[in-house]
Ligand binder design. Structure first.
Ligand code: GAR
Length: 189
């Protein structure tokens, strides 16, 4: 039976696109969930003909209220896995309980270093020599769940944040589909 997955994203959607373009992805991306009306990723999903749930968290009384609404949509589409791809919001108890060990996140640093927002800028401004990409299971913390895979990216002497971001995202676009397939084929514990 086909495994159905949802991508959650808030921004440009380059990782969403990389997942969509991956060869032999072992699941069907059946829904995009986006918490930022107007985000570029919404247009990308439309181009791929992927149904999209766009919502504004401010219109809900609490996280559990909007996560219950998301959960109803996930059930409707028969979603069994969630891949966060630049979804800039903590996942709450509602979805964590329903999707235990079935939510992955990609983060642009070698966790546990530089969690949270603007991880690339944080590493660059700290004068780090090395940063990278992490893919991890999601828990209630900010980029704190068990790490599945990491790949490092060196920060060069004459780097700019933009150049560094380009190299990091190139790694992300390769790594995320690969790790998704490994996890879905039970090659990760
Ligand atoms: C990616 O670099 C992803 O690693 C990062 O947001 C970017 C989204 O880019 N995620 C986080 O920082 C999560 N804490 P995209 O919208 O082009 O895929």
């Amino acid at each position: 039976m086909t495994i159905k997955a949802a991508v959650f994203a808030s921004g440009a959607g380059s990782n969403f696109e990389a997942i969509m373009e991956a060869n032999d992805l072992k699941c069907k991306i059946s829904l995009l969930v986006c918490d930022k009306p107007g985000a570029l990723v919404i247009d990308k999903a439309a181009r791929y003909g992927i149904p999209t749930l766009v919502f504004n968290p401010k219109e809900y009384g609490s996280k559990s209220e909007y996560e219950e609404m998301i959960h109803r949509h996930l059930q409707h589409y028969g979603i069994s896995w969630i891949f966060l791809a630049g979804y800039m919001r903590l996942i709450g108890d509602t979805l964590l309980n329903e999707y235990e060990s079935k939510i992955l996140n990609i983060h642009p640093s070698l966790l546990p270093f530089f969690p949270g927002k603007d991880a690339i800028g944080q590493a660059y401004d700290a004068g780090a020599r090395e940063t990278g990409v992490s893919i991890h299971y999601v828990d209630a913390g900010m980029d704190t769940g068990p790490v599945i895979a990491q790949e490092s990216v060196m920060i060069e002497e004459n780097d700019t944040k933009e150049k560094l971001k380009e190299r990091i995202q190139k790694v992300e676009h390769q790594l995320y589909p690969t790790v998704i397939n490994q996890v879905l084929s039970n090659k990760v514990r």
